[in-house]
Design a protein around this ligand. Structure first.
Ligand code: URA
Length: 434
């Protein structure tokens, strides 16, 4: 078999066989097929798409490209959670301590930023000293001891996805349904949880911009999960504007901490409640949404979710005092307001552009090797539907570099459409599939 023929077959619209898919996944994982050929194949897949069968075979080949974790030594029903990616999506940071405080063992594998979206691992590294490079033994031990551990993708776990994820990030081949579904589900299957709750984003800040595409992606992932014998639930949620008010690594960590104190933005808190309820029910800790919401509210009110975050940060080498004193998290040297240039209402926020604005400030990667600046980002002051007067602050840019700041300012201002009438409000939750 030759990689050249596989690229050409897909370029011409053919469906790849199981053997062809395995060949390129195995070859790429072993380093026998170079990045440039796989980039070409990713682009061909991007344009020609994959069938449901190809997507399933790709998922399985990626899941089996490394070790399949055995979490049976962790007591209780393990429930994993994954988002398809968004702007200001710090959900895992608040949600995992909440559900862990309710008694669900959280053994989660997370990723880094991808395209215009952020990643949990980058955000967690805002805690001074925090490490997500755990051995499997440490990972399991931490979950058994404190109920929560989050690690980065190890070299052994779905290594094909690890390589493809980094490659897609810099070759404009992220937003393809089959590539997203296989990337997420291969990791989730290899990571060994009993049940999987997916947060599928839709809107201008999501990879799946249209509602139809988001539902199709959700359906595809639920089907893959079920075929692989895992209970899989997908919540389809709004990403037509940033989630919460903070975008950027350390800024989002601060917002997640505020949320665990019961002082978080309404939309973000509600999303945590909805996803958390599904996780508690899938994990057998609640029989109904009402019961689950009650339990989640209690762990915020009695401070146990916030304490769980401190325990988790400390167990992974981070400084837990940053949880009680978020001023210890990385801070940018400049905080600059961007103001509305007319009266009206925020009619639309080009959400992807807000994500790109954070990238321009240095909060994301331009190449696989780029180092990111954890302190930069944006704190929004206005969201969709808010009334604004000329001169009102739309958001504050947190920056460390004048040149980057200038580029980001324009992007941010242009992301806001100020209209004469108040826009219709979009529901945060579009649907739940299982
Ligand atoms: N999250 C992933 O893990 N992979 C994708 O391709 C997109 C979002």
């Amino acid at each position: 078999m030759r990689m050249y023929d596989i690229i050409m077959k897909k370029r011409n619209g053919g469906a790849l066989s199981k053997e062809e898919i395995r060949f390129f996944i195995e070859g790429y994982t072993k380093g026998e097929i170079p990045d440039y050929q796989v980039s070409a194949l990713m682009m061909a897949i991007y344009f020609q798409k994959m069938t449901e069968r190809e997507t399933y075979e790709l998922t399985m080949a990626m899941a089996h490209s490394g070790e399949m974790l055995d979490l049976s030594s962790i007591h209780g029903r393990k429930v994993d959670k994954h988002s398809t990616g968004g702007v200001g999506d710090k959900t895992s940071l608040a949600l995992t301590p909440m559900v862990a405080a309710c008694g669900i063992p959280v053994a989660k594998m997370s990723g880094r930023g991808l395209g215009h979206t952020g990643g949990t691992i980058d955000k967690l590294e805002s805690f001074p000293g925090f490490s997500t490079s755990l051995t499997t033994e440490q990972f399991i031990e931490n979950v058994n001891k404190i109920g929560i551990a989050i690690m980065g993708q190890t070299a052994d776990l779905a290594p094909a996805d690890k390589k493809l994820y980094a490659l897609r990030d810099v070759t404009a081949t992220v937003d393809n349904m089959s590539l997203i579904a296989s990337s997420i589900m291969s990791k989730k299957l290899a990571a060994g949880a009993d049940a999987i709750v997916l947060d599928v984003k839709t809107g201008s800040g999501a990879f799946m911009k249209s509602r139809e595409d988001a539902f199709a992606l959700a359906e595809e992932m639920v089907k893959i999960g079920k075929n692989a014998g895992r209970r899989t639930i997908a919540v389809i949620s709004d990403m037509d504007q940033p989630l919460g008010m903070a975008v950027g690594n350390a800024l989002e960590v601060k917002e997640a901490i505020a949320t665990l104190r019961g002082e978080g933005p309404k939309d973000f808190t509600e999303l945590c409640m909805v996803l958390g309820s599904q996780m508690l029910m899938a994990g057998g800790k609640a029989l109904s949404v009402e019961q689950a919401r009650e339990a989640l509210t209690k762990v915020i009110e009695d401070g146990s979710a916030l304490r769980k975050l401190s325990e988790f940060v400390e167990a992974q080498g981070g400084d837990p005092t940053a949880v009680t004193d978020p001023s210890l998290l990385p801070k940018a040297s400049m905080v600059v307001p961007v103001c509305a240039d007319r009266d009206g209402f925020v009619g639309r926020i080009a959400c992807e552009d807000v994500g790109i604005c954070s990238l321009l400030l240095g909060g994301g990667r331009e190449t696989k090797e780029s180092k990111i600046d954890l302190s930069v980002g944006i704190l929004l002051e206005k969201k969709k539907g808010d009334a604004v007067k000329k001169g009102d602050v739309l958001g504050y840019l947190h920056a460390n570099d004048e040149q980057r700041l200038e580029a980001a300012k324009d992007k941010f201002l242009n992301a806001y459409a100020i209209t004469d009438s108040r826009p219709e409000t979009e529901p945060l939750i579009k649907g739940i599939l299982q």
